[in-house]
Write a protein that binds this ligand. Structure first.
Ligand SMILES: N[C@@H](CCC(=O)N[C@@H](CS)C(=O)NCC(=O)O)C(=O)O
Length: 164
């Protein structure tokens, strides 16, 4: 994937994060444009005029939207994955799971529900822990406190609109 690559996204979106992780795993350099979904940029509206959603990846001025399409495209660009635990490669499955299960402590803190019980699910819990400790993932994922704030805000907005 040569040329200038720009990703329009938001740091707290699992869809955006999956694409960011895929780019990092493949070692593809990119610029990240943080969008404000309450005030979408003119560029986002131009690049994704129908859905007006992030993520949108713009390569040499040509936009591609929809995270699964993006991940497939990125996967096809380079033959090798990134070495992960047990000699496995950090492939699409990990990239998909990471933004969902990675911040499980955020979900637990805000929603008060236990998602990953280490006693019930020791293998998955240690697998997610190893994933979260990868430098690439630590660098890509937003800080715990930031995600807690975003989720609290989303929860409050949804509860408010449900009673309105
Ligand atoms: N199917 C899309 C979904 C992306 C999506 O839902 N993005 C949300 C942020 S998490 C968005 O841009 N929402 C803006 C809106 O609905 O106006 C994908 O996989 O890329």
């Amino acid at each position: 994937m040569a040329g200038r690559v720009v990703l329009h996204g938001i740091g707290a979106s699992p869809y955006s994060k999956r694409v960011e992780l895929a780019l990092k795993v493949k070692g593809i350099e990119y610029e990240f444009v943080e969008e404000d979904l309450t005030n979408k940029s003119e560029a986002l509206l131009r690049f994704n005029p129908v859905h007006k959603k992030v993520p949108v990846l713009v390569r040499n001025g040509r936009p591609i939207a929809e995270s699964p399409v993006l991940e497939e495209g990125i996967k096809g660009s380079y033959p090798m994955g990134f070495p992960f635990i047990n000699g496995d490669n950090m492939g699409l499955l990990y990239i998909f799971v990471c933004p969902i299960l990675g911040p499980h402590k955020v979900l637990e803190e805000v929603l008060g529900i236990k998602f990953l019980d280490p006693e019930k699910y020791p293998t998955v819990t240690s697998w997610v822990k190893a994933l979260n400790e990868l430098p690439l993932v630590r660098e890509a994922m937003p800080p715990h406190e930031k995600l807690v704030g975003v989720l609290q805000f989303l929860r409050a907005s949804l509860l408010e609109s449900a009673v309105a």
